[in-house]
Ligand binder design. Structure first.
Ligand SMILES: [Zn+2]
Ligand SMILES: [Zn+2]
Length: 174
């Protein structure tokens, strides 16, 4: 959703509180399209600081479904995001079309979706696992090794190769 920030931008030291929510239902990025399975409205606090800066503060809870890095089982990943951003007031009025760091402010509008999207992106986990010791899927037959066993490794690898495979597995588990 977009909210009108004229009030804050044009009144020195004005402080407003707004109940807002994000409209998007999935998180699309270069790595895929991830459904948002839980979101709640939250409070956005906007403060005009001496007509120089606008301070944006909020606490947002969002749950996004992300596949496990090893076995692809969907994992409900909870994001608790604390937003604290300062935007130069001049930046608001400039209404620039640039894809810059303040792209969530457009003239006298604040694009809540764009702001929160950016916050989720920087908080994106480097690793998502369904459980700490997830065994992953067999690269040969595709069996989920958490729930099944397979004989691929035993039959296809001799001991020396198995050692290399171990190293390879460790390397993959970054
Ligand atoms: Zn897993
Ligand atoms: Zn297998």
């Amino acid at each position: 959703m977009k909210i009108d920030i004229t009030d804050v931008v044009s009144n020195e030291n004005k402080r407003v509180t707004k109940e807002v929510e994000i409209d998007f239902t999935s998180f699309e990025s270069k790595s895929g399209n991830f459904p948002i399975i839980k979101k709640t409205p939250f409070t956005l606090q906007l403060t005009n600081e001496e007509n120089k800066r606008m301070l944006i503060e909020a606490e947002v809870d969002v749950t996004i479904e992300i596949p496990c890095d090893r076995c692809l089982t969907p994992v409900a990943e909870e994001f608790h995001i604390e937003v604290s951003r300062e935007v130069p007031i001049g930046e608001c009025e400039a209404a620039s079309e640039d894809e810059d760091e303040f792209d969530y402010v457009d003239g006298f509008n604040l694009d809540v979706d764009r702001l929160i999207y950016g916050e989720i992106l920087v908080n994106w986990p480097t690793k998502v696992l369904c459980k700490e010791d997830c065994k992953g899927i067999c690269r040969i037959c595709g069996a989920n090794l958490n729930t099944q066993t397979c004989d691929c490794q035993k039959t296809e690898l001799d001991p020396r190769m198995a050692a290399i495979q171990d190293i390879f597995n460790k390397f993959k588990e970054v």
